[in-house]
Design a protein around this ligand. Structure first.
Ligand code: NAG
Ligand code: NAG
Length: 325
């Protein structure tokens, strides 16, 4: 597979994917999918997307109908996407939050993530119908309680520079990464055709991929409906902490997810669908996703969309414990 940087440099309007930036909407302890109504939830998240995000988002409700702004550059995407937050643990035991920075080609977005929606792969829709998610649809991938990196779509890249894409590892890089650490989350793309959600937020979906941005395998009879392949890339700016004299004396790496995971196998992400009307379906029906007529907004407009935090606590100072842990 050629490096993504090359694929991007050669991007022409026949490629079958959406790739866009979403600035940070909020960083706080809320989780309307896994811990609905709980203020605060158990660990800190970084959230992007529409401003209808809240401690409670009623099951089945359409966030696109409620939101009035989004941090995503496609202005019809009021979906929410979130992951845990990375912290650096100092030798004296205190924690400091690691900042996020935008991918190359996304301009000056504040923090946030890069979001992908693929039909089959970067150059084809695989000659198959890709069905959009429905209002109220939600799912998660990964779990904070995982202790083995078995999911091929949940990976890390040690960034030598902003364009590095390989190799990927299942656990945190063991050496300092000159341009930070990229966390990658690939969601499953096969739906059971019935449930907008299931009790564990995963059983209604099936992952038929082998990792990375490659075509997913055929959907099984239990989950026959082929949905877009959604993926997230988050760039964590570990550069202020790359001096090895700050790292643990036992030679281990110093980064830890906000739910107290030092290996990284518990990495997970949440998705709450919220595209307006049939915008995503129209895009998926298009054979030319880069010239698909979707509405866009400026970086300044994306950066301006924010929500008032429901949880007021210090998440950014030097902390003697991780919030909620
Ligand atoms: C979030 O919920 C609180 C009540 O818990 C409400 O006061 C607030 O307006 C809600 N925010 C949004 C953006 O819906
Ligand atoms: C712990 O170490 C960090 C990094 O060296 C430092 O900035 C911080 O003030 C220290 N905290 C305490 C409580 O000593």
């Amino acid at each position: 597979m050629k490096p993504l940087s090359l694929a991007l440099a050669l991007a022409v309007p026949t490629e079958a994917y959406l790739r866009f930036g979403c600035a940070t909407l909020s960083v706080q302890r809320l989780d309307p999918i896994v811990e609905p109504g709980k203020i605060p939830s158990s660990h800190v998240h970084q959230i992007v997307g529409g401003n209808a995000f809240n401690a409670t988002v009623e099951p089945g409700s359409d966030v696109a109908a409620k939101a009035t702004c989004t941090t995503c550059s496609f202005s019809e995407d009021f979906s929410n996407y979130w992951t845990a937050v990375l912290y650096f643990k100092a030798r004296n035991g205190s924690y400091k939050r690691v900042q996020q920075y935008p991918n190359a080609l996304l301009g000056d977005l504040t923090g946030g993530m890069t979001v992908y929606y693929m039909q089959a792969d970067f150059s084809s829709n695989g000659k198959q119908k890709i069905t959009s998610f429905k209002p109220g649809f939600r799912m998660t991938v990964g779990s904070p309680t995982n202790t083995a990196g078995k999911h091929p779509g949940l990976r890390y890249t040690c960034l030598q520079d902003i364009m590095t894409r390989f190799p990927e590892t299942a656990e945190f890089p063991k050496q300092p990464c000159p341009a930070g650490i990229m966390a990658i989350h690939h969601f499953p793309a096969c739906w059971d055709g019935k449930n907008l959600d299931t009790p564990n937020h995963q059983d209604h979906m099936y992952y038929s991929g082998t990792g990375g941005f490659v075509t997913h395998g055929p959907c099984p009879a239990s989950h026959p409906v082929r949905m877009p392949h959604v993926a997230l890339e988050t760039m964590w700016d570990t550069r202020p902490f790359n001096d090895k004299s700050l790292w643990p004396t036992d030679g281990s790496q110093p980064f830890v997810w906000s739910y107290q995971d030092k290996q990284g196998f518990g990495t997970h992400a949440d998705y709450l669908f919220g595209w307006k009307g049939d915008a995503l379906q129209r895009a998926m029906d298009s054979t030319s996703l880069l010239s698909n007529g979707l509405k866009t907004q400026t970086v300044a407009q994306s950066n301006k969309c924010k929500i008032n935090p429901s949880v007021r606590e210090d998440i950014d100072g030097w902390l003697d414990k991780l919030p909620g842990q």
